[in-house]
Design a protein around this ligand. Sequence first.
Ligand code: HEC
Ligand code: HEC
Length: 315
Amino acid sequence: MKVTIAKIFLFMLAVVSLYAYVGQLVPQFEEHPPKKKVITPQTTGDDLVAAGQEILRGKGGCLICHKDQERGNERGPDLRRAAGKAATRKPGIAAEAYLIESMVEPYAFIVEGYPKMMPPAMKPPASLSMAEVKAVVAYLQSLGGAEVTVSVQAGDVAAGKKAVGPVHRGRQLMDANGCLGCHKLAGEGGAVGPELTRVAERREPAKIAQKIADPKLWTAEGFQAGLMPPRPDLPEGDRQEIAAYLAGLSGKAYSPTGAASPWSHEGVRLGVVIAVFNTVMLLVLAWARSREKSPLSPGPSPIEGEGRNAAGDAT
Ligand code: HEC
Ligand code: HEC
């Protein structure tokens, strides 16, 4: 009986180890494929407004300087009032045209009391297409309570299509989350924060992933603390993808698949459940076998005998 239990225990250990090993090989985090929202001339009304909101808050990087809610910054005018002011800002130019111009050619008219700092929306880092600019204008119009007059033409869509090769998902995430509004990558982007092209040479990739959620972890020398917006809302997997992309730029391999704690891993948990289940099954079987034998020869000897048998089988 003792040997049977020892065998069961070893078997269980083997099962757990196997699952733990296989589990480590499987990426730990969920994949969030980027939402592909293509703006076409058929995108109108609420859909266009929603697309515009997503661009303004995401890849447009507009909240680095503007507010569209209580959230955002005050380097530029509050965008909740932009549509209302648009009609009177510049004589001879209609509200819709003014809004488009203020995004595409921000220096054509500088709002009084503000510095000349807004990057043209169709140039890096935002690199919006005209269709995307118009979507943002639709959002600004609806935000200001104005009628949505803007509409996307076929030419606006074609103008935005760029022939680019596959882009690392970490890079897409950085673009989509406005990192380049403040950071440069290979010379492209803003200068509010340090250039990130070789950041993985001075920082651990795992730490970079943490810093995105909690910028207070450290402050890069020569830069102001508290400017970088904390993004704990970004899924762990997305933050790791960004860290992996930045690691790659420095020639480092970083694949964040290792489990921080084995118990946090699905594979390990499943392994334990199966192992416990198997153990119970085997114990019940062993118990049934010992009960079958015991009436024939009562006393402790059959258990001893079975132990020797089992040991014999093993060799
Ligand atoms: C680096 C900071 C910065 C970023 C990023 C930025 N802006 Fe601006 N924006 C400004 C400043 C400063 C002004 C006011 C001076 C001027 O007119 O250029 C301004 C002006 C504007 C105006 C005119 C507002 C008015 O009341 O007349 C609009 C509209 C606007 N921005 C929209 C956007 C949108 C949309 C984005 C994102 C695609 C964006 N901005 C990104 C700084 C920024
Ligand atoms: C509003 C501007 C702003 C945005 C947006 C921003 N950052 Fe930063 N970031 C900063 C500033 C300023 C610093 C330097 C001060 C500090 O370390 O907190 C910094 C520091 C960093 C550092 C540390 C660099 C070093 O040399 O140690 C990393 C890594 C970083 N940011 C990554 C990101 C990523 C990734 C994103 C996008 C998800 C992002 N940042 C968005 C402003 C920004």
